[in-house]
Design a protein around this ligand. Sequence first.
Ligand SMILES: C[S@@+](CC[C@H](N)C(=O)[O-])C[C@H]1O[C@@H](n2cnc3c(N)ncnc32)[C@H](O)[C@@H]1O
Length: 228
Amino acid sequence: MRMRRKRRLDERLASAGELLLLVEGSGFYSLPEQERKRPFDWARVFGNGNPVEVEIGCGKGGFITELARRNPSVNYIAVEKISNVIITAVEKANAENLKNLRFLNADAYNLSYYFTYPVARKIYLNFSTPYPAKGYAGRRLTHPKYLALYSQILLDGGEICQKTDDRALFEYSLVSLSSCGYVLENVTLDLHASPMAQGNVMTEYERGFAEKGLPIYALTAVKRNANA
Ligand SMILES: C[S@@+](CC[C@H](N)C(=O)[O-])C[C@H]1O[C@@H](n2cnc3c(N)ncnc32)[C@H](O)[C@@H]1O
């Protein structure tokens, strides 16, 4: 089902302030390659050198805003490609005046325009859209082409943390991560009944699945130290 465009969306995006670092917008792909690039100096953006964590596909932002609230000495970057969705997350963070959170209204595939050096200790992939493997595997956020991008963003020893309700996507991700050199550390077929549940912050989608009693699959995969 198509989501109805929010009222005054363009105006709201334009007045979102410094938390929303960029909006790719509809003209993005007509720009010459060079003009698409915006290499952020993340310590400068946040005004400190605190550890950085990134969520890709943050949706309405419930997860990342809760992490930012709980951990003021960690910097969070949330990426979401749909402006109609990210605006809810940005306005929520603005209302709370969260200083350690920034948003990119961008497609994950363009991350290398914005991240030009390894900076993140974690990348969260929460309930990523489970595109069908047949014909659409290239859109899955754990496809090897995305994993290669994450390797450029993650520090050595950094982690990809995935949660999903979709068994097929989860199995695909296990294979994809392993074959791209990530080391699987924690894997569970029932997150909420596992030791990994400790300190777990639920996302909007996760709450919906949990209320229906559906199991949540979760994993942590570590980027190997390049010199090991
Ligand atoms: C099923 S929703 C989950 C939202 C949220 N993470 C949660 O758990 O409640 C998946 C989100 O990922 C976003 N997404 C999918 N592919 C993306 C991509 N290539 N780049 C950025 N965001 C993406 C979608 O727009 C959608 O908002």
